[in-house]
Design a protein around this ligand. Structure first.
Ligand code: NAP
Length: 284
């Protein structure tokens, strides 16, 4: 048996098309949708991420305004800039590219973003809304995983979901979203201290892996017929990209699996665009 490929690129294209239509409808009503991007320092990977987000924004009709600060900026300068953008009624969403250069406080800076402009969904207010089961901006990678599962009509209500990884960026919010009312999965969170990881992951109907360890999860971790979402993005020595899941072995036992690249990756940027359209739709 070979697993069905859950095509994140195709689902992302659909999300982007929907977003394009929403942004066009806002334009028709006289509202321009604007994303402010903030990059501190000159890390090439971070700069490339910001460029690709701005490119996507342009493709769906979102105006982006870029703010560049030097690597030697102080926390006060970063927070000061965020404060100015918060006050700018012409800006709907703020993307602060993380991580900030060494010596600066990512979470302290994120905390100063106006939660109604927090389209990355990383402000404690929006993370807290997940705990309260209330609508807010959900972080982009977890909501991208959910959107893939929804698209392929993977049943989640009552399903055993195991999320491996408990970062505030991916694992933790995703586990909470999965267990929320309306989605209703029975969720286990596994991490580096989990005893007998393979025994835990083999209980999963849906297994999500976000650990940052190349091809760590093998067919030994996966029950036959499970659905596997691989969040990991790792670059090998030869320069190719691999996930946290050993695709070759797992795709022989799983019912369905996301590839890397072309799985969760494209969804993250698409959900950022969707959140930005939503920030523009909601009157302040
Ligand atoms: P992270 O902050 O480093 O968290 C990794 C998590 O994995 C931690 O909770 C850690 O457990 C757990 N872990 C590490 N080794 C483990 C092991 N041997 N067994 C079980 N659990 C283990 O990473 P992250 O930011 O969540 O990112 C995870 C992966 O997703 C990375 O490959 C990253 O590049 C990728 N990612 C992709 C996207 C996308 O757009 N597709 C977005 C974000 C991240 P402890 O808590 O016990 O340390």
């Amino acid at each position: 048996m070979s697993a069905q490929v859950l095509d994140g690129k195709a689902v992302a294209a659909q999300v982007l098309q929907e977003t394009r239509e929403r942004v066009a409808a806002l334009n028709d009503s006289g509202k321009t949708t604007t994303l402010a991007t903030v990059l501190v320092g000159d890390d090439p990977a971070s700069a490339a991420y910001v460029r690709s987000k701005r490119r996507r924004a342009a493709e769906v009709g979102i105006r982006s305004v870029h703010h560049q600060l030097g690597a030697d900026s102080s926390q006060e300068q970063v927070v000061g800039l965020i404060g100015e953008i918060n006050e700018d009624s012409g800006v709907d969403g703020i993307l602060l590219q993380l991580p900030l250069p060494k010596g600066l406080d990512d979470q302290g800076a994120t905390l100063t973003i106006d939660p109604s402009k927090d389209v990355d969904g990383l402000h404690p207010f929006n993370l807290g809304m997940i705990v309260l089961d209330r609508p807010g901006f959900a972080p982009c990678t977890p909501s991208g995983c959910l959107r893939i599962l929804e698209h392929y009509q993977v049943p989640l209500s009552g399903a055993n979901v195991v999320v491996v990884g408990r970062s505030f960026l991916v694992g933790r919010p995703l586990a909470l979203l999965m267990a929320s009312r309306g989605i209703d999965a029975t969720v286990t969170i596994a991490h580096s201290r989990t005893a007998d990881l393979a025994e835990v992951t083999r209980r999963a109907d849906v297994l999500v892996v976000a650990v940052g360890r190349p091809e760590m999860v093998t067919d030994q971790h996966v029950r036959a017929g499970a659905v596997v979402i691989d969040v990991g993005i790792n670059r090998t020595e030869s320069g190719s990209l691999v996930g946290d899941v050993h695709y070759e072995s797992v795709s022989k036992v799983a019912q369905a699996i996301t590839p890397v690249p072309g799985g969760v990756g494209p969804m993250t940027v698409a959900m950022l665009m969707s959140n930005t359209a939503r920030a523009s739709e909601i009157p302040l």
